[in-house]
Design a protein around this ligand. Structure first.
Ligand SMILES: Cc1cc2nc3c(=O)[nH]c(=O)nc-3n(C[C@H](O)[C@H](O)[C@H](O)COP(=O)(O)OP(=O)(O)OC[C@H]3O[C@@H](n4cnc5c(N)ncnc54)[C@H](O)[C@@H]3O)c2cc1C
Ligand code: SF4
Ligand code: SF4
Length: 326
């Protein structure tokens, strides 16, 4: 199989890029799992009104792609990837052999697993949830246990902005998804008293006015706990400084951010691409990487929301078209 452009990763980034170039180039998307990536698991946070979480942009993209004009290999693990001369050679575990002139790495990010945050109770206490669990819970309707709770704490920057762990970056999406989830939970369970522990609120984007309205409704506390402990049926937040009170809650949500996916690390290594200091693939502007003919877009090169991912993928597509035409 010979293509002008092969895109590795069929999340929002890869699909948007393919959609933008489908009338101009012969395009193949190779997806190791199923199309949609992380966005497939994100929940609608609407209450009696839309909270503009951005997930509808993915739903609309899926509808638009009903009549797609590019090829897809879904559920395919790449077993070989190399550049010979000016072409890329790709083999999959099902024996397909593919040749392409240009390559895009759109292999995305993963949510940080809370078991890597044991001090905050992640993976230790059942009522310490990850923001990712709740995103998925909104989809699957598994948050009904919140009906029995009266107090809830959100802990922001869980695992992000941590220089010791080489995650000094801001994950961009977690302040916004956490505030929207808080509003959604409060709407369903009005008895909940919600405290929101943060160090910096990243409220950006076109609908930031709405988010500030939500922020006014939770108890914003500019302080991050050092530890979460369990005892007498409650979770206690412990603060490092002496004299700062311990506070007890029925449940805690750790607002986890994004880390590079295993696919991003693997494909980047195979192609010998440069990474930035936090492990995302380094983009040198307009999607160019350290390897000629290889482009990167989406969360493979750093955390971003769906809207920004789409805008970036469209911009990288135009750059690829410019390079293709010489
Ligand atoms: C906890 C959390 C909450 C979020 N909430 C929101 C929100 O409310 N609103 C919002 O706008 N955004 C939100 N986001 C961000 C959103 O998930 C991303 O913007 C979006 O998923 C980026 O798409 P992507 O295509 O770059 O990456 P991904 O969605 O990660 O897709 C990458 C794809 O590449 C595939 N892949 C990986 N390796 C390989 C390989 N070797 N071969 C083939 N395929 C491969 C994967 O299977 C996947 O399908 C959230 C993210 C997290 C972690
Ligand atoms: S933008 Fe988000 S909150 Fe609004 S309807 Fe769409 S999925 Fe629901
Ligand atoms: S988006 Fe908010 S919670 Fe997430 S890392 Fe940035 S400041 Fe912290």
């Amino acid at each position: 199989m010979t293509y002008d452009l092969v895109i590795i990763g069929g999340g929002v980034a890869g699909l948007t890029l393919a959609q933008t170039l489908q009338d101009r180039l012969k395009v193949l998307v190779i997806e190791e799992s199923s199309l949609g990536g992380l966005s497939t698991d994100l929940g609608c946070k609407a209450t009696d009104e839309c909270l503009y979480c951005g997930v509808c942009q993915f739903i609309n993209l899926q509808k638009e792609l009903f009549f797609k004009k590019f090829d897809v290999l879904e559920g395919r693990k790449i077993t070989f990837l190399d550049k010979s001369g000016r072409e890329f050679q790709i083999k999959t575990e099902k024996g397909e052999r593919i040749t392409s002139q240009l390559l895009v790495v759109a292999t995305g990010a993963s949510p940080l697993e809370i078991k890597s945050l044991p001090l905050l109770g992640g993976g230790k206490f059942p009522r310490v949830y990850s923001g990712w669990d709740i995103e998925r819970g909104l989809n699957e309707g598994i948050i009904s246990s919140f009906r029995d709770f009266s107090s809830l704490a959100f802990i922001q920057c869980a695992g992000s902005r941590n220089f010791k762990e080489k995650r000094g970056y801001c994950s961009q999406v977690c302040c916004r998804y956490a505030l929207r989830i808080a509003e959604n939970l409060k709407f369903s369970y009005p008895q909940l008293n919600i405290d929101f522990y943060y160090m910096d609120l990243q409220i950006l984007g076109k609908k930031k006015g709405k988010l500030w309205e939500i922020a006014d409704k939770v108890n914003l506390i500019r302080h991050l706990p050092y530890e979460v402990k369990e005892g007498e049926g409650k979770l206690s937040l412990v603060f490092e400084e002496q004299g700062v009170e311990r506070k007890d809650y029925d449940a805690v949500i750790l607002s986890v951010g994004m880390i590079p996916s295993s696919g991003t690390k693997e494909i980047g290594r195979w192609l010998g691409l440069n990474f930035d200091s936090t492990g995302f693939i380094k983009s040198y502007g307009e999607g160019h990487t350290s390897c000629k003919g290889v482009f990167v877009c989406g969360t493979a090169c750093g955390p971003k929301d769906i809207e920004t991912t789409r805008e970036e993928a469209q911009m990288v597509a135009e750059e690829i078209w410019r390079v293709w035409r010489g």
